[in-house]
Design a protein. Structure first.
Length: 134
């Protein structure tokens, strides 16, 4: 019925899963310099599906979406002010993995909204995420 894709970087406009359109693909291509090891492969998957099934709906889910609610100070951390002025902000990655962990903890009775939790994503990349209020 449809194909879902994990896309590493969605930029500031993509804070939830979205239907893939030509305009979205163009925006995602502009983000390749921010994720050069992953973004081209994510876009290649979208193009491959379109070449075989051009009318099949495709939906992109973004690792960066989980981190859209970072406090403003966290989006500025470790960035020169000039870059932030150009619209560049700090994101976290592996957001789909962290979202899964938060949901799994919740399903197992952990009060994720009342706890401070540190999660490590290890394998196929590595990162850590400090969670407050889920």
């Amino acid at each position: 019925a449809a194909v879902g894709h994990r896309v590493v970087h969605g930029g500031p406009e993509c804070d939830c899963p979205v239907l893939v359109t030509a305009a979205l693909e163009a925006r995602l291509r502009q983000l390749v310099p921010l994720a050069p090891l992953h973004q081209p492969h994510n876009l290649a998957g979208i193009a491959a599906v379109r070449s075989v099934r051009p009318g099949l709906p495709q939906v992109a889910s973004f690792d960066t979406a989980f981190h859209h609610t970072l406090p403003r100070l966290a989006t500025l951390t470790a960035l020169p002010r000039a870059l932030h002025g150009e619209g560049i902000r700090r994101y976290g990655f592996h957001g789909l993995s962290y979202e899964y962990v938060v949901n799994a903890l919740h399903l197992n009775g952990v009060d994720v909204d009342g706890e401070r939790i540190i999660v490590a994503h290890l394998g196929n990349g590595a990162s850590m995420c400090a969670l407050k209020d889920g």
